[in-house]
Design a protein around this ligand. Structure first.
Ligand SMILES: [Zn+2]
Length: 693
């Protein structure tokens, strides 16, 4: 499930394994064959016997049985922090998009207006010599504005401009738009926490040796970035320490990821007067005016305690310290788009130290990622026309409706749910909107000026377009057709306030959905994903929203208790699993995903049974259809991770590692025990099974 609000800044500066360096292709020591653009996808079957390890006993370690071969044969590429079936497909998508963009960059004749934008964006991005030559110059305008501040009262206007230019969760706080939690038809301003350089507030607060080491290396990195801006080594050290001090204070006042899973904790609606009382030291009138917003009088302040701390900071910090902090954040968010000195330094900490990545991604890959991040629906239009047929859309939509029918039947048959809650649950289920592949109406990028010779300018103008687009939604009728994921993305999401499930075209491709394959692995794999997203509407977080997407309790007290008891079974189960070294799963953080995994596969099983009733006899590759259903499921989750990546994800990722998304799930399904003739007492057979949906 996507976050309710404040996804990472769409520039994705602190994304896990965010691509970094601007190393030239020639300088790259490459013992591997160089990657080339793809004109069609390499076919990987939806169930691959070669990816299995048949020497493993499925009743002892099903993940190894289904994925052992894949794990052995797919070492992590040096420019990745982890490698997975999803990641591999995403990279193949990128190579396919590379081919499209390369073509549109080279031949400028006959391009549509949209093709001109993505072709020229890509061409400018790939012109590494020009980027290298521009050095730190593109930042000058921002740095001048910061340095030109005469007093603290200049902060709101400067900050508004920075937020517009760099995305929403920027320096000091995040500001954007979102549906009102109490009235999903109304879009209002949201002021959220933010202001950190590290990927999560927990990085600042944890007390173990590794966390302290990462913090020390972070401060060193911040210092080196100041040096790249031209500061002396002594000054840079002092400045980095000050940045750390400010960010630590902000982190301490921020809610944890687990706390943020409770939507009531993030709902504090107030008018302009309330906002002023909360932060008397900050002139919101000036900020809003500079952000192009006037006469706003409804704000949701997601974390009021954070804003109280912010106000304390603004009062106590000197003007010089505020400038230091802002200079760091400007160079931090823009580093990947600058010359190689910045790119390499950014890579060194944010990819190598944090996630264990050995090599930076080649330029083409970073450029494809940025076109997708900034002009994603223009690129998506090209992708869909080549890679997502109406037939594929029809088939996957049909499967979605079957899974919904399975959930309908499931809810009807639930013994623990009262008639009153059941009626509301069914109403919510029937109101879910299915969005398959891509939006009905493409985003209009006509107003974004893209120039072939101005990469940094393109990045800024596209950022500005996106910031203004988001803020422009405030007070306007809600657009229910909007997507927050681009079509080539290998992922899916449920949005509780829209009450819709969204499957990007990229996730409906082999080996995840394989039109050449029989039903069993397809229902196990894509059916499981559809069921997963649908279950998010009914997990610990999603269940708190009603059919219209409003935060509203529609459960009887007893039914809520029954639900919580069942959810607690899953929380207790996953809390036992080790991620790496001494770190266990934070199962309060992964609760929603773990519930969705189990509910999703249960629903997929039911839908598959209904689809193939009486016609499920044929074994293939020595496996019964029931066994193929489960192997098909497991084979989406095969993965290899670097230990650094696992550590960072333990704090930031709401999903359990692949191994437990498979083994932790099948132990709860008697259908699995029967399919593989497992015996009581074996590791994949659990005595007290969990089951929510
Ligand atoms: Zn999910």
């Amino acid at each position: 499930m996507r976050k309710l609000f404040f996804l990472l800044s769409f520039l994705g500066m602190s994304c896990p394994g965010f691509p970094a360096s601007a190393q030239t292709p020639m300088a790259q020591p490459s013992p591997r064959p160089a990657e080339t653009p793809l004109t069609s996808f390499p076919y990987t079957p939806g169930l691959d016997p070669g990816a299995m390890d048949r020497s493993a006993d499925p009743c002892v370690d099903f993940y190894r049985f289904a994925c052992g071969g894949w794990i052995k044969n797919h070492p992590i590429p040096p420019d990745e922090s982890r490698w997975s079936v999803y990641g591999k497909l995403a990279r193949e998508n990128q190579r396919f998009l590379w081919g499209i963009l390369d073509g549109l960059a080279r031949s400028t004749a006959g391009r549509s207006a949209t093709q001109q934008k993505i072709g020229d964006y890509f061409a400018a991005c790939m012109d590494e010599a020009a980027v290298e030559k521009s050095g730190v110059r593109p930042l000058k305008r921002h740095l001048d504005r910061i340095n030109g501040m005469k007093a603290k009262r200049d902060l709101p206007a400067v900050l508004a401009r920075l937020h517009l230019a760099t995305g929403s969760s920027g320096p000091f706080f995040g500001f954007g738009s979102n549906q009102d939690l109490a009235d999903s038809t109304s879009v209002i301003a949201f002021a959220g926490s933010g202001g950190l350089g590290l990927p999560d507030r927990d990085f600042y607060t944890q007390d173990d040796g590794k966390s302290k080491e990462i913090r020390a290396r972070y401060v060193a990195h911040v210092g080196r970035m100041f040096e790249l801006l031209g500061d002396s080594s002594d000054a840079a050290k002092r400045e980095a320490a000050k940045v750390m001090e400010i960010e630590t204070a902000l982190a301490g006042a921020s809610l944890t990821r687990t706390q943020r899973r409770d939507p009531y904790k993030l709902f504090h609606k107030m008018d302009a007067g309330g906002l002023k009382t909360l932060t008397p030291g900050f002139d919101w009138g000036v900020y809003l005016k500079a952000a192009g917003l006037s006469r706003l009088n409804a704000f949701n302040v997601t974390e009021p305690e954070f804003y109280k701390e912010l106000d304390r900071q603004w009062r106590s910090l000197g003007l010089g310290d505020i400038k230091t902090y802002l200079r760091w954040h400007v160079v931090h968010v823009t580093a990947p788009f600058l010359s190689s000195a910045f790119v390499n330094e950014d890579f060194d900490f944010f990819a190598k130290t944090l996630y264990g990545v050995a090599e930076l991604r080649p330029r083409w890959k970073r450029c494809v990622t940025w076109v997708d991040a900034q002009l994603g629906e223009a690129l998506g239009e090209e992708y869909v026309s080549r890679a997502f047929s109406p037939e594929l859309k029809r088939r996957t939509l049909r499967m979605t409706k079957q899974i919904e029918q399975a959930m309908h039947d499931d809810i009807i048959g639930l013994e623990w749910m009262s008639a009153a809650t059941r009626q509301m649950a069914l109403e919510k289920l029937h109101a879910v909107v299915n969005k398959i592949g891509y939006p009905d109406k493409w985003r209009d990028y006509r107003s974004v000026d893209v120039r072939r010779d101005d990469f940094f300018g393109n990045v800024e103008r596209a950022s500005l377009f996106e910031s203004r687009r988001k803020l422009g939604k405030i007070g306007k009728p809600l657009d229910r057709g909007e997507w927050t994921m681009t079509p080539p993305t290998v992922n899916a999401y449920y949005n509780a306030q829209m009450n819709d499930i969204n499957f990007a075209a990229g996730v409906l491709q082999p080996p995840l959905y394989d039109p050449k394959m029989d039903d069993a692995p397809n229902y196990g794999n894509t059916g499981g994903t559809i069921g997963h997203e649908l279950t998010h509407g009914f997990d610990d977080e999603g269940r708190q929203f009603d059919a219209r997407g409003n935060l509203k309790d529609w459960w009887t007290e007893k039914d809520a208790r029954e639900f919580n008891d069942r959810a607690q079974c899953i929380v207790d189960q996953y809390a036992q699993y080790t991620i790496v070294d001494e770190i266990k799963i934070n199962s309060k953080l992964t609760e929603g995903e773990d519930i969705a995994d189990l509910g999703g596969l249960v629903l997929a099983w039911t839908a598959w049974q209904a689809e193939t009733a009486g016609a499920r006899t044929e074994s293939r590759d020595g496996f019964t259809p029931e066994q193929r259903f489960f192997v098909g499921y497991a084979q989406w989750a095969c993965e290899n991770n670097r230990p650094e990546d696992l550590r960072a994800r333990a704090l930031t990722d709401a999903h359990s590692p692949g191994k437990y998304r498979v083994n932790g799930l099948v132990v709860n399904m008697p259908e699995f025990e029967r399919a593989f003739s497992c015996r009581a007492g074996q590791p994949m057979v659990r005595e007290n099974r969990c089951r929510v949906w």
